[in-house]
Design a protein around this ligand. Structure first.
Ligand SMILES: Nc1ncnc2c1ncn2[C@@H]1O[C@H](COP(=O)(O)OP(=O)(O)O)[C@@H](O)[C@H]1O
Ligand SMILES: [Mg+2]
Length: 232
């Protein structure tokens, strides 16, 4: 198994304010899987993603990626892990407003060891004709596709998406999800998607349901659907 989470606990606060955002999570995610995580607001979805991304550290338990324990990494190893192995996409696109689409992607390529070809990426994400546009000149869907390209240019092994379609209408959502599907096929990236939209779960190889920091359901989806056929 590629990602292995064992009895992971994350506690925030002390005493009366104590909250277990993750309360004994066990989870395995295979290489190249699309995994969709569902759960109500405050159930611990973002916490789980942040832990996987090495942004924050566990209170107890372990997370290993390809046999390497994240909590055992030195500061330098952790920086390298975040920089080269992980791509992050959020509900807000976090693009640099005074850089063009291509320049936004270039900034990440510049600090990557083996970046993907930017023109190929622009093509794959249907962004070629917008490459010289500024974010303010783009629709939400186009901005999110730019954010995906920026996260992908470093050729991460895992793409972590925290409600990537949360701010999008259904057409733009489908466009963005099609890109994630394509990326998963083309670059074999493991894609983990947090969403509130139940319909999105049908594109997943694995569907996880979280409640109060616990996994309450973990199913392998044998009837995975193409994004084009989703009802979202
Ligand atoms: N940095 C933090 N400090 C204190 N509490 C936090 C912090 N981050 C998250 N929490 C709490 O942990 C719980 C899970 O949060 P989160 O992972 O953001 O949930 P979700 O993404 O499912 O909405 C919530 O109760 C939230 O308030
Ligand atoms: Mg969240």
């Amino acid at each position: 198994m590629y990602i292995e989470i064992k009895n992971a606990v994350k506690k925030y606060g002390q005493g009366e304010n104590e909250i277990f955002a993750m309360d004994g999570v066990d989870l395995s995610i295979a290489e190249h899987e699309i995994c969709v995580i569902l759960g109500p607001s405050g159930s611990g979805k973002s916490t789980l993603l942040n832990m996987l991304g090495g942004i924050d550290s566990l209170t107890s338990g372990s997370i290993s990626v390809n046999g390497k324990e994240i909590s055992g990494m030195s500061k330098k190893e952790l920086t390298a892990y975040r920089r080269s192995d992980i791509g992050f996409i959020f509900q807000s696109y976090n693009l640099i407003q005074d850089l063009t689409v291509k320049e936004n992607i270039q900034t990440v390529a510049d600090i990557s060891k083996e970046p993907l070809d930017i023109d190929e990426l622009l093509d794959a994400l249907s962004l070629k004709k917008y490459q010289n546009h500024f974010p303010a000149e783009l629709s939400g869907g186009q901005q999110q596709r730019t954010a995906i390209a920026r996260a992908l240019v470093k050729n991460p092994v895992i793409l972590l998406c925290d409600e990537p379609t949360g701010a999008l209408d259904s057409k733009s959502s489908r466009d963005v999800l099609k890109m994630l599907e394509k990326v998963n096929n083309l670059y074999k990236t493991t894609v983990i998607i947090i969403t509130h939209n139940e319909g999105i779960a049908e594109m997943a190889d694995r569907v996880i349901r979280i409640h109060d920091g616990k996994i309450v359901k973990n199913i392998k989806n044998e009837a995975k659907k193409p994004v084009a056929d989703l009802v979202i």
